[in-house]
Design a protein. Sequence first.
Lengths: 428, 446
Amino acid sequence: MKENLPKVLMLGWEFPPIINGGLGVACHDLSSAMSKFADITMVVPKSSLEFKTGKVKLVGANHMNLASLPNYSVSKEMPFNLHSIPVDLDPYYTSSSTDGKVSSGFYNEGKTGSQTGQFDIENLYGGDVIKKVVQFSDIAAAYASTVDFDVIHAHDWMTMIAGMRIKEQTGKPLVMHIHSLEVDRSGPQSKGWVYDLEKQGMEYADMLMPVSNFTAENIHQYYGIKKEKMSVVHNGSVAVPAYKSKKSFKEKTVLFVGRLTRQKGPEKFLDIAARVLEKDPNVRFVMAGTGDYFKSMLEQSSYKHIGNRFHMTGFLNSEKLRHLFSISDVYCMPSVSEPFGLSAVEAAQFGIPCVISKQSGVSEVLKGALTFDHWDIHKAADHILSLLNDQIFRKKIVSDAYQNLDNITWDISAQKIMRSYALNNFIN
Amino acid sequence: MTSICFYFQVHQPFRIRNYSFFDIGTNNPYEDDLKNEEILHKVADKCYLKTNQKMLELIKRHNGKFKISYSISGTAIEQFEKYRPDVLQSFVDLANTGCVEFLAETYSHSLSFVYSKKEFVRQVRKHGKMIKKHFNQEPKIFRNTELIYNNELAVFLEGMGYQGVICEGVDRLLNGRSPNYVYKPQGADKTKLLLKNHLLSDDIAFRFSDRGWKEFPLTADKFSTWVHSVAGQGETINLFMDYETFGEHQWESTGIFDFLDHLPSHIFKHPDFDFKTPSEVIANYPARDTYDAHNFISWADTERDLSAWLSNSMQHEALKQIYSLEDKVKACGNNEVLKIWERLQTSDHFYYMCTKFWNDGDVHKYFSPFESPYDAYMYYMNVFSDLEIKLNEMIEKIEQPVLVHQPNQINLEFPGDAQNLGVLIENIQQSIIEETNAKNTSLAVA
């Protein structure tokens, strides 16, 4: 590594191959792109030793010898006066809060609290997440005191406490990259402990990098943070080997991909499906993914008597998912609140026209997509019917979106980040 | 005299596999042959062969005074033929004793009576032919899938010439009366009803090995005392249960076979008790009162109604969709397609989709090859979608307009006189009129 490159200490949560959603992929692709312009050290709770990430120095807390970290100590209390202690929840599905203090013995029970052992984390989101978040901050802060860097770059709320502590201890500028907010996941009324943490963290940070104007607007509206402090960095995408396959049936296929949670609007997809099928029964709707709406989707589709046209696949690996893209005619993303929405970009790469909600970040860059307000299922259905029945229109939409892809790259994202660092004098 | 009337249900479904969206339109099989074969071997070894052997022994030991009856579904017989001919042979041996009666039912253990009278008639006839072929009997007594029953069924069956019907003795319909008499159905004149004594039947079928039951352990001696206590207050004690009770639901280690072995001799200790087949019961005892089942009843779950197969929207959708194919299936004239469609009507598929909880849910789960009712529905609908595609392709190829109902074409080959046939045709025509009306109504709404 060259000495003169700026040094960035990145804090991530999920990272390939250990991932749950889009965050891990985005962190990986972004850090790889940035490593052309900076020395990147990425600290994550769990890494796989076999996994290589180019020039990025990947540090997994699970592989660290805690005894060798000079300043490592275990937090006895919640840092930054954060009071709410959650118990056993999955932050990517919902948030609820339970008031209480850190119980005694909370951090020194068993293997996870061991002062000398390694950080042992089985499941990034299962069990007591805040306990893992605080433990991660203990380790990351101790690690930070042993290395040299110019900027702290933290991704989403799970790494915020760590980022705040490192800023407090080193005085280095703190950038928070916002991929997803509690108000996206749980709705605008959510005021739980994750929300509190996000608000405090974003206020404490020197700069915010939301993944879209849509998210910047939400940060301003729901967290009261000035837009001057934000620099929008749209996600990029990695070119995938796109291909077309022959379907084993003749009906057109409309695809939904994503976690089946409120945020992604699965029930909107069902309503849209029912509406389209009223006009054209020769269409199949395929819902790929799993989540807490899974059962309800099956029940509702049967209730609407479209059980023979509405198919659920459950969780799919990437190979199966690509196959699904390769046989689909329209991609539909009816998200209620989508900070970005990378899967729409992937659909565009496969030459599939996209019908996506206006409440998504990706609609700002994938301008060729047809959009609708997530509550306007009639409009979405009309878009889908037009795309299925009007081949000329369809070709135009596909080619428009395809042209947008040139501007959706991680190199552009990385350059924008470096420029913002420099403009704010975080680096020389 | 009081008679014990044993009736055993023998049934195995053709279970479908985890048929995914990606299977639709391919030539991948619907059924899980491996699992079906594995389960059949297991039940054959644990239950059918052992119990049949025991029954044969008992009939011989008691010089033909021990009598029993079976209904065996067409899908079970097909699996015996395919995987275990020795089981089929052991039923034939029982038939040859003259002490065993075989009952009529729908071929694929289906809910066809609820959804299509025309298909119901076809399946009952097909099943009757199969029974005749293997056991040389023409069934005179009918028992519907899982004892699903209502007044309309009895009237319909009377029209088809059946002399009796087996059904559940539901407390709310008996209203304090005893199930231990022959009843007549509301609205039918000749047909008689045999009502399951659910207390005594379930003592064997469900409670036999329940260590928490205050009567545990149940001995043949004790059970016979309960039976004998009916003396003077009943004419027939109808013990109806799944045949798999012996050796499969109640394992051999519970002592169920010893119980069975000793039961007849204990029953015979009282001179006023004997065993009769359903036909004999009906011939020997008059109907003492009317049993009025306006709504559907069954022997399933604690509700004793259709809710095991028809309580949530998934079950309604799956059933509605599969029966919606009837005209096309029959129009395409392909026996293989007909067979597949028939098997997809098997009630077990819809039973697996049941989401009722509590104790009944446990039973549903025990029998289901799927992880959840939702999986059961999801995979079933994928299979359905594939069948629908293939059927539409075949119909397109033969370029023939889809046949509408043509009641005159039904080949009426069932027992009964001309008058009964007239009733049957009337019934079918009525059902067609109703169906047509329903279709028109739904079209008008659309």
